[in-house]
Design a protein around this ligand. Structure first.
Ligand code: UDP
Length: 427
């Protein structure tokens, strides 16, 4: 089986932790690898952003990334992708024709690729599977400024995709329900398949050893937050919670530290985006500057060490359709405190495999962190149950669900095709 994966605006080869590269890129890369391990041939089509890359870049056995010129070969605002989409689609068709490739399924990621998927499906007549990763309507519910607000065009395209795609994959039952409530989607065509985690890469290890490797103080209490520097990630809530904790536990003042991974490091303030500058101003205003460290984006291979080194991983997002960081942390047996939103509410069973707190509520977060930091036995219990929870999300259990869906769509397509021929012959 040959699969065409579309990830137009962001490449699986992109540097993670920047503005436009995070969970979706990881998902596309890992799912493609898993499909190839199961004997499929996978091509991931993305737009050229880096002139140093060749058109075809092998990613893993059976998986290639195909870079297609789509407007200027530099990073640009993702909304511009729509303008250049006809170029992307026609170059993709030429590539497939040039190599004599016939695909069995198109799998598009994010609304921009979905639009390309609809056009390709029209000419190739093969099933289109779509994943949104985030929904425009949901993002707008938590947007605090016009900069964070998604366009009406995005929402219209998302609605169209829900009607046009042969199947839509939702990461959680809530994700599916949101598509039904907000877009009037047909629930029957939405399949819930959670995201997976690489249980070989993300594994428990000793906190002491991890701190030694990273050069972190063995005696401090460390809280970790990993994510792109975006208001949606709610890192401001964690900084506020830290200030509250310091007030409540003055003895922790020099002992408690927050590490923020993502964006640019302390040494590169020129590379901070608006959100990171806002967070820097907030830590100054609250008098916790010395206790909050910007570590900068880190290669994913280092994240298991960070998860293991910290006392609590905090995911204070306002919205997360799935939230891979929480799952990765659970797989490393790190205690997780997360906002009770989106996918986080399904991954974490509150009070058992982690804790859920209301989003954007620094006091609730501080209370929960204090309880966990002071109760060693509770932390140990949560670590254990969290790790057990992560084992349900290994790629070995997740990927077969996707291949079953592909098989089913192809089979149904084959049943439909002869019927169409009969109709054509009658007329
Ligand atoms: N990530 C990374 N380095 C960083 C920051 C993030 O490798 O500096 C990875 C992280 O391991 C996770 C993904 O980026 O796999 C973030 O996914 P998540 O679903 O938590 O957030 P999203 O980016 O989709 O909003």
């Amino acid at each position: 089986m040959r699969i065409a994966i579309l990830s137009v605006h962001s490449s699986p080869l992109a540097h993670l932790g920047g503005k436009e590269a995070g969970g979706m890129n990881v998902y596309v890369r890992e799912m493609a690898r898993e499909l190839a391990r199961r004997g499929m041939l996978v091509d991931i089509f993305t737009r050229y952003q880096d002139r140093t890359l060749s058109t075809v870049v092998p990613l893993a056995p059976g998986v290639r990334v195909i870079n297609l010129p789509t407007g200027p070969a530099v990073p640009y605002d993702k909304n511009w992708v729509l303008t250049y989409l006809p170029e992307f689609v026609s170059r993709l068709r030429c590539f497939a024709d040039g190599e004599d490739l016939v695909y069995d399924v198109i799998h598009s990621h994010y609304w921009l690729s979905g639009e390309a998927g609809i056009r390709l499906r029209r000419s190739w007549g093969i099933p289109l599977v779509h994943m949104f990763h985030t929904l425009g309507v949901m993002k707008n519910q938590v947007a605090r400024s016009s900069e964070e607000t998604e366009t009406t065009q995005r929402i219209a395209i998302e609605g169209r995709l829900l009607r046009a795609a042969d199947a839509v994959v939702a990461a959680t039952p809530l994700d599916r329900a949101q598509m039904v409530w907000h877009y009037g989607a047909d629930a029957e065509r939405i399949h819930v398949i959670p995201c997976g985690v690489d249980l070989q890469q993300f594994q428990p290890q000793s906190q002491e050893a991890a701190r030694r490797k990273l050069g972190l103080d063995p005696n401090q209490r460390l809280l970790l937050c990993v994510g792109r520097m975006e208001p949606l990630k709610g890192m401001d809530c964690l900084i506020r919670a830290l200030a509250l904790l310091q007030q409540h536990q003055p003895a922790w003042r020099d002992q408690l530290r927050v590490l923020l991974i993502g964006g640019a490091s302390e040494e590169q303030p020129d590379h901070w985006n608006g959100e990171q500058r806002r967070l820097a101003a907030l830590r100054d205003e609250l008098g916790v500057t010395g206790a909050v460290s910007f570590i900068g984006a880190q290669p994913q291979q280092l994240l298991p060490d960070y998860y293991a080194a910290t006392d609590i991983v905090v995911v204070p997002s306002h919205y997360e359709s799935f939230g891979l960081v929480a799952l990765e942390a659970l797989a490393c047996a790190a205690p997780v405190v997360a906002s009770d939103v989106g996918g986080l509410s399904s991954t974490i069973e509150d009070g058992r495999s982690g804790f859920l707190v209301p989003p954007d509520n620094p006091q609730a977060l501080a209370d929960r962190l204090e309880r966990l930091l002071t109760d060693h036995a509770l932390r140990r219990q949560i670590r254990h149950a969290g790790y057990q929870r992560a084992l349900c999300y290994g790629w070995d259990s997740i990927a077969p669900r996707m291949t079953l869906l592909y098989d089913d769509l192809i089979r149904r397509g084959q049943i439909r095709r002869p019927a169409m021929y009969q109709l054509a012959n009658v007329s």
